[in-house]
Design a binder for this molecule. Structure first.
Ligand SMILES: Cc1cc2nc3c(=O)[nH]c(=O)nc-3n(C[C@H](O)[C@H](O)[C@H](O)COP(=O)(O)O)c2cc1C
Length: 268
């Protein structure tokens, strides 16, 4: 049963929030699923999550296995809501970190970051991002050596190569960890989905005092360099769409740098 009629207040929130209009009213005004839901539901869980009285259970069907009950949803803890000034300062004070302490981030913390990244938006709720994460600086440096080798083969970025030969890593900046997001190219928007998951991960890191920075060189090499793809065991048909170095920042930023003024044209 989709709606528990003893709990449902017929407020209509579930139908209004369903992205595919898959919820309609029955004769008594209670919500029911259209037959099309079996095929079209994207399992976003909004109907179950928005219901103020926990009256809905999404039944087992193509995209929803097993059924989704209110108990399986996380709680929104209203007391943890942050003020706009806190949110703005948090977002504006995130920086790309390029100097790291020689101290690993413990695995539990890395797992917490990945757990938050799961909640990034994704096209049709596809959630296609998969991660490869290094636990040690040694393996991170091994990946960097692949990138440098690839660069030297292609005769690009001689400065980066020269630095590497002097023991200076300009690719992952000696960060102890790297997190690489890949996804099947069969999805709707795998690149955007991975980039958004990485943005969430970076913000979750910032909240915990863990520094991050996109590792663009590594990301590109993981797309094009066969040896690196093999080392990473990137599945056939997957694209690499994000890579973040991670570690504890050596320096603390005292200021928020200036950014370009917003460019906007109001249409009306
Ligand atoms: C797709 C992408 C690739 C990037 N690649 C690199 C990189 O390879 N190395 C690096 O040091 N920073 C890289 N960055 C970080 C940008 O340089 C940084 O975001 C920008 O300078 C703004 O600084 P902020 O993040 O501290 O605001 C990359 C950022 C993005 C979004």
């Amino acid at each position: 049963m989709f709606a528990n009629k003893e709990l449902c207040k017929r407020c209509g929130a579930c139908a209004a929030e369903c992205p595919y209009d898959l919820i309609v009213e029955d004769k008594e005004g209670f919500p029911k699923l259209r037959p099309a839901a079996k095929k079209t539901c994207i399992a976003c869980g909004h109907c179950v999550a928005v219901c103020p009285t926990a009256a809905l259970t999404l039944p087992d069907m193509k995209a929803v296995t097993p059924e989704l009950t209110p108990d399986q949803c996380g709680q929104v803890a209203r007391q943890l809501k942050i003020a706009p000034e806190q949110a703005d300062q948090f977002l504006r004070s995130r920086r790309s970190v390029r100097t790291y302490k020689n101290k690993p981030v413990d695995k539990d913390t890395l797992v917490e970051l990945l757990e938050v990244a799961r909640f990034a938006p994704s096209a049709k709720n596809g959630q296609p991002a998969q991660w490869i994460v290094t636990s040690s600086a040694e393996v991170t440096q091994e990946l960097v050596s692949h990138v440098v080798h690839y660069m030297s083969l292609n005769n690009v970025f001689p400065g980066v190569i020269k630095n590497w030969k002097k023991g200076v890593d300009k690719i992952c900046h000696h960060a102890p960890h790297v997190a690489i997001a890949h996804a099947s190219e069969d999805g709707f928007h795998p690149a955007e989905d991975c980039a958004l998951a990485a943005a969430y991960l970076e913000l979750a890191a910032h909240a915990r005092g863990v520094g991050a920075c996109w590792a663009g060189f590594l990301m590109e090499a993981a797309e094009g360099c066969h040896a690196l793809r093999e080392r990473l065991q990137i599945p056939e048909g997957h694209g690499v769409h994000a890579a973040l170095m991670l570690g504890y920042p050596k320096f603390r930023y005292a200021r928020i740098p200036r950014r370009r003024a917003v460019v906007v044209r109001w249409l009306d």
